[in-house]
Design a protein around this ligand. Structure first.
Ligand SMILES: [Fe+2]
Length: 310
């Protein structure tokens, strides 16, 4: 039988926001943001409230606005310095922008829950995406709140998890197969450049103070220092738990709609139900302010500048 629901006290919107209008879609999670024209330079008080809103609501949605790539990059820079990004094609004149174009020849392949790049020592802080072309139906994106998922666990389970770390590596993800299809050299380069890393199972969010479950299906290999079977069972339980609908929002896109997510307190899943129709996702990723990047992006370190297609 389920336990009694917990009482929630929502964030006081009127007290915390003067310059933007956030409207959460779930309690304290996944907010629409109105009152911001992203085609104009953003004043400092607006920028400060956008940063506050990302910590408060973890995912922000903006109604459709036609942005230039430079305006898109400028929005990402509100939150942090532009990150090296991942292995997707780049915009022809704006290398900070990854172009995730899917069509008959390039099927969608991100239909798995994950937090971006947790196989790196310092994963990016978050991402701004704009879907400039939408398929006729489907192509939604889902996000879940890892802070909600942690908060709803029993105190005993929370205490158990708080002392643990877990190993993350791209080698347990689809990235390994895709690299393997590129040949041994790409795979060996990746093994050389990107060793497995360890992260706390419960990450304390530096801005919100919330505790976040920080394991994901795509990149977490095992929980450190416990029997392999205990690790497998615990990760399977957390994978199931974290997907409860109470922690999850599913977003239907309008052309030129935007979303910003915090990569520490969320996971996401790109529905792949629209193939072979075309969908264009413009993506700019940002780091925690002050992050030092030991490597350039994956394209230059592993793929010698030739992006991965599959
Ligand atoms: Fe992702």
């Amino acid at each position: 039988m389920a336990a009694m629901p917990r009482e929630t006290v929502p964030i006081d919107l009127a007290r915390r926001y003067e310059h933007i209008r956030p409207t959460p879609r779930l309690p304290d999670f996944a907010a629409w943001v109105d009152g911001v024209d992203l085609t104009r330079p953003l004043p400092d008080p607006v920028r400060a409230e956008l940063r506050r809103a990302l910590a408060d609501f973890e995912v922000l949605f903006f109604r459709p606005q036609v942005l230039t790539p430079a305006q898109h990059v400028a929005l990402a820079e509100v939150f942090g310095p532009i990150s090296g990004g991942s292995f997707f094609d780049r915009h022809e004149s704006v290398p900070e922008m990854e172009m995730i174009v899917t069509d008959r020849e390039r099927p969608p392949s991100i239909d798995q829950w994950h937090t971006d790049l947790t196989w790196q020592a310092r994963p990016p802080m978050g991402t701004v995406i704009q879907i400039t072309e939408t398929p006729p139906h489907g192509g939604n994106t889902c996000w879940l709140s890892t802070s909600k998922a942690f908060e709803a666990l029993s105190p005993g389970m929370q205490a158990y998890l708080e002392g643990l770390t877990a190993t993350h590596t791209w080698e347990v993800s689809g990235f390994r197969d895709a690299l393997g299809r590129r040949g041994d050299e790409a795979l060996i380069n990746a093994i050389r450049h990107y060793k497995p890393v360890s992260h706390p199972v419960v990450l304390v969010h530096p801005d919100s103070g919330r505790r976040c479950l920080y394991v994901n299906d795509s990149f977490t290999k095992h929980i450190d220092g416990i029997d392999r079977r205990e690790s497998q069972a615990m990760l399977a339980f957390l994978s199931s738990w974290i997907r409860r609908p109470e922690f999850t929002v599913q977003h239907e896109w309008q052309p030129h709609g935007l979303a910003v997510w915090d990569n520490r307190s969320t996971q996401h899943y790109a529905n792949a139900d629209y193939w072979p129709h075309r969908r264009v996702n413009r993506r700019v990723t940002f780091d925690v302010p002050g992050t030092e990047r030991p490597h350039a992006n994956v394209n230059s370190t592993v793929l010698r500048g030739s992006p991965l297609r599959d």
